[in-house]
Design a protein around this ligand. Structure first.
Ligand SMILES: C[S@@+](CC[C@H](N)C(=O)[O-])C[C@H]1O[C@@H](n2cnc3c(N)ncnc32)[C@H](O)[C@@H]1O
Length: 290
């Protein structure tokens, strides 16, 4: 992999993951199978202006961050080892936390679309949109939805300024993206999500467990993640509250992950109410999911 920096991952884990665990031949085959030039041109929205942090940061030690095919091609093979205890199970935890029956779903920072496709498979009647800043990641995502024979709309856009209309989604998901953004951008994304959700719509976030990351700072050094310490120092609950969401609650998900949920237009619950309880059970007078 080009441009690998000397992070803990680069020094100790990359040689194991990339030489022993990843099948380089299948990545090469996939690379040759893709018409990168035309696909990138088709998926690129020329109006997108990349934020400076995105163009200049090296995520996971790869120079050019997500704006190169190396990052996109290696993402899924690495992720299967990077989400303990099991990538699919971790993602399924988010899907099982959804309380409504969403008809329009938006997955922000969708990357290679693994969660987005799972969402479509879980809600076959729903219109599902995946939005990401990297046309390279979207290329892999499109391939994934084609192979799964499901229709997902892939959109090249900044999660903090998507261009969608107000109140246009029932569910917004954001997985593993906030620890890779400066907190100011993450908070702008939450404000955009609030604008995009209809009243009663829900937001679900899957990401690193902020509490555990604070308690075990070594975890933040493991992969080259330029903003993970800022993310760990913050509070997703507080950020959701500041963006306007109600009924905000986080739960640990296999220790190192957390799932955070909020609802647009529902006032904060009493702290004793159970986590992710049926929103329809809120007292009369409160707004409910409809
Ligand atoms: C670690 S990946 C997570 C991808 C995917 N959600 C998943 O669960 O595997 C982070 C993704 O966020 C995207 N991203 C980062 N900043 C973004 C922004 N401001 N707007 C949209 N996407 C962004 C990156 O391009 C990358 O694909």
């Amino acid at each position: 992999m080009s441009g690998r920096h000397e992070s803990l991952y680069g020094r100790f884990l990359a040689p194991v993951v990339e030489n022993l665990l990843i099948n380089r031949d299948s990545i090469r085959q996939l690379d040759h199978q893709i018409d990168w030039l035309n696909t990138i041109e088709r998926l690129t929205n020329p109006q997108v202006i990349y934020p400076r942090y995105y163009e200049t940061s090296s995520f996971h030690g790869i120079e050019n961050g997500y704006l190169c095919k190396d990052a996109a091609l290696s993402y899924d093979p690495i992720m299967q080892y990077a989400l303990p205890p099991n990538e699919r199970w971790v993602r399924q935890g988010l899907i099982e936390s959804i309380q409504g029956l969403p008809e329009r779903i938006l997955d922000l920072g969708c990357g290679t679309g693994t969660l987005t496709v799972m969402l479509k498979q879980a809600f076959l009647g729903a219109e599902v949109v995946g939005c990401d800043l990297s046309p390279y990641m979207l290329t892999m995502a499109e391939l994934k939805s084609d192979e799964a024979h499901v229709e997902v709309h892939w959109r090249h856009a900044r999660a903090e300024a998507t261009g969608f209309q107000d109140d246009s989604f029932d569910l917004i998901t954001i997985a593993l993206a906030f620890h890779e953004m400066p907190p100011g951008v993450a908070q702008a994304v939450l404000k955009e999500a609030y604008r995009l959700l209809r009243s009663g719509g829900e937001i679900l976030i899957l990401d690193g467990n902020q509490k555990v990351l604070r308690q075990a700072p070594l975890l933040s050094d493991l992969f080259e993640e330029p903003f993970i310490r800022d993310y760990a120092a913050g509070s997703l609950d507080a950020w959701l509250g500041a963006a306007g969401f109600g009924a905000v609650q986080s739960r640990d998900h296999w220790l190192v992950h957390q799932i955070t949920r909020g609802v647009k237009g529902v006032r904060d619950r009493h702290p004793e109410e159970s986590l992710f309880a049926d929103v329809e059970a809120v007292e009369e007078g409160e707004w409910v999911m409809g």
